[in-house]
Design a protein around this ligand. Structure first.
Ligand SMILES: Cc1ncc(COP(=O)(O)O)c(C=O)c1O
Length: 281
């Protein structure tokens, strides 16, 4: 693959990009992360991701690994060193390296790593057909609003989806959809976009936030309320949002076709608006 990765202040070939077996991210999932999209070599919506990183660190009483200016410079340098035109930057901060004990170690420096992934974001072929999802019980912990690297429930949910021949899973708690395994979930009914309100139950998606702003600017109504899988099955349209998918239409849920099995007008419009803005840089 030949990428250049970032590890604690150094840019190194990916074969040399290593952290200790005593890293708390590895031992406890004691770490947080962000994924920032890159289009035409430019970071998309970067300030929102850094704001959320700050929130995740604060909630977990974890130290910043460096200054915000250094973090931005590192992102830009990584794009340059890898000639990345389109894809993502994954960045992870952990509580650092210390002998294994549950409580926080003292005087330990955070670990900061980052790497790039090349992806087709704008012309993603899935956007033309839409994706299929299943629903599955939400078995995650009680602070899903923090973007931690403890993603086992999402790994299992996504694998269940793949085993069933679809792309993703929408998770269900107390009979209501929470979100997708790595994205926020939306349905459209009678021209209105419906999505779960923010709480500890879901991640406050940066793309979700951008979508709210764009919808407001373009007169699309969003209603924040809980909704059931049955409502989703009967929706006119459905879609997901995330940093790597932007707005991605969902055309089948639990084997039931949504909107005749084609990406609907609201989903397509929201994707277009998002891409227009992202490509302007
Ligand atoms: C559980 C979950 N919800 C929502 C999102 C979407 O967040 P964003 O739009 O910031 O990528 C993600 C992204 O990784 C996620 O993991």
């Amino acid at each position: 693959m030949g990428r250049i990765c970032y590890v604690n202040g150094n840019f190194v070939p990916e074969q040399e990009a290593k952290v200790s077996v005593f890293d708390r991210g590895f031992l406890f999932g004691d770490g947080v992360y962000e994924v920032t999209p890159v289009i035409k070599g430019k970071l998309v919506d970067y300030p929102a991701h850094i704001e959320r990183l700050g929130r995740s660190l604060r909630e977990l009483k974890m130290a910043w690994p460096c200054t915000e200016a250094e973090l931005r410079a590192m992102h830009e340098e990584l794009v340059k060193k890898n000639n990345l035109t389109e894809g993502i930057i994954y960045m992870q901060v952990t509580r650092g390296v210390a002998d294994r004990q549950f409580n926080f170690p003292k005087d330990v420096k955070s670990t900061l790593i980052a790497f790039t992934q090349v992806m087709t974001l704008v012309d993603n072929p899935n956007a033309r057909t839409g994706i299929k999802v299943i629903t599955t019980p939400d078995i995650r912990w009680g602070r899903r609003d923090i973007k931690t690297v403890m993603l086992l429930a999402s790994v299992l949910g996504k694998q269940e989806a793949v085993d069933k021949g679809v792309t993703d899973a929408w998770m269900v708690q107390d009979g209501k959809i929470t979100e997708g395994t790595s994205n926020n979930a939306f349905i459209v009914k009678d021209g209105k976009v419906i999505t779960r309100p923010l709480s500890n139950d879901i991640l406050p998606g940066c793309t979700r936030r951008a979508l709210f702003r764009l919808a407001k600017e373009h007169g699309v109504e969003i209603v924040e309320r809980l909704f059931t899988p049955e409502e989703a099955h009967a929706a006119d349209e459905a879609f997901i949002t995330s940093a790597s998918q932007f707005v991605m239409p969902v055309t089948e849920i639990d084997g039931k076709r949504i909107g005749g099995g084609q990406p609907g007008p609201v989903s397509r419009k929201m994707r277009e608006l998002f891409l227009d803005e992202a490509q302007k840089g």
